[in-house]
Design a protein around this ligand. Structure first.
Ligand SMILES: Cc1cc2nc3c(=O)[nH]c(=O)nc-3n(C[C@H](O)[C@H](O)[C@H](O)COP(=O)(O)O)c2cc1C
Length: 200
C-alpha cells in the first residue's frame, strides 16, 4: 500500500462518479482481492468468503441483469431513477466485485458446533464485511473509486446461472469500481463522545 493503514482507512470513500478505466492492471486488481482473501480473519478460521471479479462484458452483464430484474418488479416511474443510477454510477465503472458467503461452510460449522448454531450465519456476514472494507480500502489506495451495493437477493438466481456459481454461495454485496471522475462530498461525522466510551 502507498498510504499507511490509518491514512488509507481515512481516504476510503463511496464513489458514485467513476469511469470505465483503471490506473492499475487487471492482475493488480486480482492481487488486491487475493491479499484480502488470504489475510482477513473469519470465525473459527472458516474462510467462508468467496469473491468473484467481473471485468469487461461480465461487469456490463451484471448491471444489465440488475436492470432487467428491477424493471420487472418496480413501477416505470421508480425504474427511471434506478436505471439512471445504474447507468451513470455503477455500470459506468471498470469492474464489479461480487462478495459471497459459502453456506456449505456455514452449515458444516453449525453441525460441528451446535452451541453456536445461530451465530455462524452472523459471523459469516461479519467476515464478509471485513473483506469488503479491506478490498474497498486497498482499491482506493491504488487510485480506484468504489461503492457498495445490495441488489441481492433480487439478482441472486440470475447471477448464479450466468456465472455458474455454486448455489450454496450466497450473494452478500456488489462493489462496482473504476477511476474516479469526481470526488465525494464532505460527510457528517457524529461526535465521538456519543459513540466511544472509555473506563479506566
Ligand atoms: C453495510 C453497508 C451497507 C451499504 N449499502 C449501500 C448500498 O446498498 N448502496 C449504496 O449506494 N451505498 C451503500 N453503503 C455505503 C454507505 O452509504 C456509505 O459508506 C456511507 O454513507 C458513508 O460514506 P463513505 O463511504 O463515503 O464514507 C453501505 C455501507 C455499508 C457499510
Amino acid at each position: 500500500m502507498t498510504r499507511n493503514f490509518k491514512e488509507a482507512l481515512k481516504h476510503r470513500r463511496t464513489y458514485y462518479h467513476i469511469s470505465n478505466s483503471s490506473p492499475i492492471s487487471d492482475n493488480e486488481i486480482k492481487e488486491i482481492i487475493d491479499f484480502a482473501v488470504e489475510n482477513v480473519p473469519s470465525a473459527f478460521n472458516s474462510q467462508s468468503t468467496r469473491v468473484v471479479l467481473l471485468l469487461g462484458q461480465n461487469h456490463k452483464r451484471l448491471w444489465d441483469i440488475t436492470k432487467e430484474t428491477l424493471k420487472r418488479i418496480v413501477s416505470a416511474e421508480v425504474f427511471k431513477g434506478t436505471e439512471a443510477k445504474i447507468d451513470k454510477s455503477l455500470a459506468a465503472g471498470y469492474g464489479t466485485i461480487l462478495f459471497f458467503e459459502d453456506n456449505a461452510v456455514v452449515e458444516q460449522l453449525q453441525n460441528s458446533f451446535p452451541t453456536y448454531y445461530d451465530k455462524f450465519p452472523i459471523w459469516a456476514q461479519q467476515t464478509s464485511a471485513m473483506h469488503q472494507l479491506a478490498i474497498w480500502t486497498m482499491l482506493e489506495d491504488a487510485g480506484l473509486g468504489a461503492s457498495l451495493q445490495h441488489y441481492n437477493p433480487l439478482i441472486d438466481e440470475t447471477v448464479c446461472v450466468e456465472w455458474h456459481i455454486d448455489p450454496k454461495w450466497e450473494l452478500v454485496a456488489q462493489m462496482p469500481f473504476g477511476a474516479p471522475t469526481e470526488q465525494p462530498g464532505p460527510k457528517e461525522i457524529k461526535p465521538l463522545n456519543e459513540r466511544v466510551l472509555v473506563f479506566k
